[in-house]
Design a protein around this ligand. Sequence first.
Ligand code: NI
Length: 159
Amino acid sequence: MAVRNIREIGDEVLYKSCKEVREITPRLRELINDMFETMYEANGVGLAAPQVGILKRIVVIDVTGEDPLVLINPRILETSGEQTGNEGCLSVPGKTGIVTRPGYVRVEARDQDMKLREIEGTELLARAICHELDHLDGRLYLDRVEGSLMNTEDLEEEN
Ligand code: NI
């Protein structure tokens, strides 16, 4: 396993649409392992393949540090409610902004064995799923920020 370089805002790879995964290969398994390692090392709760420069529909999420989820070719089946709160992105270091997301989301995705699964999330998991799925379509949370973007340092000073 290896920590990969996280692409940052301005890198064109972050604004492109990703391709569906047709089959799992040793190379993709390695990518998934590396994505987890990269996410944990950066203290993130989610990471999408384009953030490490790979235009494939693969996302890893772990909102508790104990529930690693792999979402391959994810598709939203249902959303409901809404939540408004702070959001950040490993590709936009040091920044945070207020974003409204669904309060509940149900998705269909393949796991690392290409088994089709359904995943439901509320609160942070719902937010993370929506945020990471946006990455697969070349979209950053910055498009959705309400008000102005803040520095995480300033936020820490306020609290
Ligand atoms: Ni992100």
